[in-house]
Design a binder for this molecule. Structure first.
Ligand SMILES: Nc1ncnc2c1ncn2[C@@H]1O[C@H](COP(=O)(O)OP(=O)(O)O)[C@@H](O)[C@H]1O
Ligand SMILES: [Mg+2]
Length: 328
């Protein structure tokens, strides 16, 4: 492993700050949440690449953080798009979640967590070495439990832990499903979206049976919805008709919106790129829907308003009504 340096358990390591020197620090001081309540650990899954998992993780996390919730993103994909999508530079990441998974005796999750440039939003960065986890941990006892154990050490400090998963149903995704209290399935409203869905549902069922009986499918996030096409509607209807997913498809669907791709190129959550675009609107609405799944306060409070005020917005006002992003 390239990163052999021993981290400081206190967080006072020599790690360089992440992307924003002002807001990213060398470590974090963890404080317990004011009103203790069980944090939700949500794995965003689908073995298909390009269906909007990372975009959903970043933008739901940013929306929840703007609502005043303490959020941790765990980037389990070796492509590290969630880490980079928050503006962190991979050159500045010295320790990552792969260190915690591959060498849990030397690295705790708290050792690798970084602040993001956004209030309430932390990230356990990914690294290219995650791609080695499958082969390196193949013969190790407890290989499916590593992430669960790591999260247990920091769980009380967060309201939400969102896990971005790789495009496969291998050991990393199994770790995510084992660690999670719930799984949200990201699904592009595309004709091929249903292919392979049975495999994902089977994997979830297997994890429920063998490892994590508490795991529940708490939602299906429909992404890249095109309200102009019949096929988009038909795909959503087909997903809603699957018995295991009945009643679990979120009412708010995320419409196709190029601003989401533009924001990811600029490595920001979309609400900090264009607060009024449909992408920002849909993810904020979807996040409220997710937050309302349990009785937590979902009121957008001062931090969100402040964030919104600070967020650079386009001059164009949104011409789309939010009703268009909501299923009838
Ligand atoms: N609602 C959307 N509208 C338009 N483009 C989107 C939308 N959601 C995601 N994208 C784009 O689709 C691509 C794949 O998304 P991503 O979140 O990286 O998928 P995954 O993590 O499942 O591989 C990215 O270029 C992203 O910007
Ligand atoms: Mg991804």
């Amino acid at each position: 492993m390239a990163k052999a340096s021993k981290p400081s358990r206190s967080g006072a390591s020599t790690r360089k700050p992440a992307a924003s020197a002002k807001s990213a620090t060398t470590g974090i001081k963890l404080k317990p949440v004011e009103a203790p309540k069980p944090s939700r650990i949500i794995a965003i899954c689908n073995q298909k690449g390009g269906c909007g998992k990372t975009t959903s993780v970043i933008n739901i996390a940013a929306s929840l953080a703007a609502m005043g919730q303490r959020v941790l993103i765990i980037d389990l994909d070796s492509q590290c798009n969630a880490t980079q999508g928050l503006g962190l530079q991979m050159n500045d990441v010295e320790e990552s979640i792969s260190d915690v998974l591959l060498d849990p005796k030397s690295f705790t999750l708290a050792d690798v967590i970084l602040e993001s440039p956004y209030a309430n939003l932390h990230v356990a960065p990914g690294s290219i070495e995650l791609s080695e986890y499958e082969s390196r941990a193949a013969s190790e006892i407890g290989r499916e439990n590593r992430l669960k154990k790591a999260i247990a050490q920091v769980r009380e400090h967060y309201d939400y832990v969102l896990i971005d998963t790789p495009p496969s149903l291998g050991l990393l995704s199994v770790n995510a499903l084992n660690a999670a209290t719930e799984v949200q399935i990201a699904m592009q409203s595309h004709p091929f979206a249903l292919d392979g869905l049975h495999l994902l549902l089977e994997t979830i069922e297997l994890v429920q049976q063998e490892l994590n009986p508490e795991l529940k499918i708490s939602g299906v996030l429909v992404t890249m919805f095109d309200p102009r096409t019949k096929i988009s509607r038909e795909i959503v209807d087909a997903v809603c008709a699957i018995p295991t997913l009945k009643g679990r498809v979120h009412k708010t669907v995320v419409r196709q919106n190029v601003k989401l791709t533009e924001a990811s190129k600029l490595r920001k959550p979309v609400m900090y790129y264009d607060y009024e675009c449909t992408g920002a609107e849909d993810y904020l609405q979807l996040s409220k829907e997710i937050a309302a799944q349990v009785k937590t306060s979902t009121k957008v409070t001062a931090p969100a308003k402040k964030a919104a005020a600070k967020a650079p917005t386009s001059n164009k006002s949104s011409s789309k009504s939010s009703a268009r992003s909501t299923r009838a």
